[in-house]
Write a protein that binds this ligand. Structure first.
Ligand code: AP5
Ligand code: ZN
Length: 213
């Protein structure tokens, strides 16, 4: 399966992706996670991406398309993938289609996580992440077994630099202005399935299973 997860910040893309990955043996490509890793390592890519990310703006299409094109060449991605947070502009969607066409494949489903903006502040400000794996927790909705520690490695959890009320507002406007047209783009191709993302995480998981089966 070749899946795209699209939705605003905090809608649950990063929570649902690992579950899908496990169940369907897909590779999980999250541009946000990849960019944060590059920023942490201070690679040339990370240095270029950091300012936009800190402000809640999108990183340039060329940078993210480059990352995804590289990643899609991995043998582990040949059987199927989950794109989490990509494409986020129509240009990115067109370039993805062009790259897939060369491989003779196409996107099967685009899962559109529908949720009101008003719910997202609590989700974002309560989130804690384990940077090395990308696992996310929530102080109220998905607390770790030991406060402040990753369930699997026991390593400390951190809050994302862009998870503030201020930056969230910018991320939401980036989403509405630049990413809503991506949903239109895939609607025309008939591959969009809407997911009610405000429901509890386990219910969302079930909805996704139905949408992709
Ligand atoms: P990215 O990392 O992709 O951030 P985002 O799209 O803003 O999405 P989030 O990761 O914030 O939300 P999520 O949907 O994964 O939510 P989660 O499951 O963690 O991008 C970051 C930045 O990188 C961008 O701003 C941009 O600068 C750059 N970037 C990335 N990709 C790019 C691209 N393609 N082009 C250009 N720039 C790009 O859940 C959130 C919280 O809620 C968690 O605490 C979780 O435990 C909890 N939760 C999840 N589901 C539920 C539920 N159903 N009920 C209750 N709580 C829940
Ligand atoms: Zn995420």
């Amino acid at each position: 399966k070749r899946l795209i997860l699209v939705g605003p910040p905090g809608c649950g893309k990063g929570t649902q992706s690992p579950i899908l990955k496990e169940e369907h043996c897909l590779c999980h490509l999250a541009t946000g996670d990849m960019l944060r890793a590059a920023v942490a390592k201070q690679t040339p890519l990370g240095l270029q991406a950091k300012a936009a990310m800190d402000q809640g703006a999108l990183v340039s299409d060329d940078l993210v398309v480059g990352i995804i094109e590289e990643a899609l060449k991995r043998p582990s991605c040949s059987k199927g993938f989950i794109l989490d947070g990509f494409p986020r502009t129509v240009v990115q969607a067109q370039k993805l289609d062009a790259a897939l066409e060369k491989q003779g494949v196409k996107v099967d489903k685009v899962l559109n996580f529908e949720i009101e903006d008003s719910v997202l502040e609590e989700r974002i400000t309560g989130r804690w992440i384990h940077p090395a794996s990308g696992r996310s927790y929530h102080s109220k909705f998905a607390p770790p077994k030991v406060p402040g520690r990753d369930d699997i490695t026991g390593e400390p959890l951190l809050q994302r630099k862009d998870d503030t009320v201020e930056v969230l507002k910018k991320r939401l406007s980036s989403f509405h202005e630049q990413t809503t047209p991506v949903i239109e783009y895939y609607l025309k191709k008939g591959v969009v399935r809407n997911i009610e993302a405000a429901k509890p995480a386990n219910v969302v998981t079930q909805e996704i299973q139905k949408a992709i089966s």
